[in-house]
Write a protein that binds this ligand. Structure first.
Ligand SMILES: C[S@@+](CC[C@H](N)C(=O)[O-])C[C@H]1O[C@@H](n2cnc3c(N)ncnc32)[C@H](O)[C@@H]1O
Length: 213
């Protein structure tokens, strides 16, 4: 996303992230090769840091792709003493690629895989989570928020990716469904007194929302 930032900014932020496991480097290379929208290196480090800081042991991801963001969360959960990360994607092929990568990273005992629609899967769980990460199709964001609120423990954290939508939200003439969905979600998270939210300008914008106890 070069036009959103100083041309050297993302490369600089990524250069500050310590070296990753070789399987994670493989996942990053794959994203570059096929243009798959992973959270990115600096974004991954941010997710990992938040999960470590809050000692999260129960994490639910909506829209997990082939498991790059999952790998960062699984690492945090392992270092927090163990727990569970739910990987949810509706594409069987991506789910089996994720199983392979996450198995090779040694996280098979932590990650639970679901091939399904993510919001419905979250709704069907009976648990409350320490941390929920939302990266589904953007038009699905507004309807996901009430479901997430029911499944986040008070004091928990919600992270939502693509809150700049590649810069398209800055154009007032852009009223596409996805842009409107991001605007609505931004309002839902920044104007709800039950959340304390900050939009973090890493890559495509990550909303960090604290669910006030
Ligand atoms: C942006 S990618 C995920 C990237 C991943 N979070 C990462 O950073 O490595 C979103 C993935 O979720 C899938 N997806 C989108 N909406 C979904 C939904 N409502 N339920 C399940 N999967 C969904 C897409 O097909 C895609 O594979």
């Amino acid at each position: 996303m070069p036009d959103l930032f100083h041309p050297q900014m993302m490369g600089y932020l990524e250069s500050l992230v310590p070296q990753r496991h070789e399987v994670m480097l493989e996942m990053e290379a794959r994203a570059r090769e096929i243009g798959f929208p992973i959270i990115g290196i600096a974004g991954g480090q941010f997710l990992y840091q938040i999960a470590r800081m809050m000692k999260a042991t129960r994490i639910f991801e909506l829209g997990s792709g082939y498991g790059y963001s999952t790998a960062w969360f699984a690492r945090a959960v392992r270092e927090n003493g163990g727990g569970v990360v739910h990987h949810v994607v509706w594409d069987e092929k991506l789910s089996s690629q994720a199983k392979d990568y996450l198995g090779r990273l040694g996280y098979s005992d932590i990650v639970q895989f679901h091939v399904a629609e993510a919001v419905e899967t979250l709704k069907a769980t009976e648990e409350r989570f320490d941390l929920i990460f939302n990266d589904i199709d953007k038009v699905g964001y507004p309807a996901s928020i009430p479901v997430i609120k029911e499944r986040l423990r008070p004091g928990g954290v919600l992270l939502v990716d693509n809150m700049f939508l590649h810069g398209s939200i800055f154009d007032p003439a852009n009223t596409s469904e996805a842009v409107q969905a991001i605007r609505t979600t931004t309002k839902l998270l920044t104007q709800d007194p039950q959340f304390i939210s900050s939009l973090i300008p890493i890559r495509d914008g990550i909303m960090l929302s604290y669910y006030v106890p």
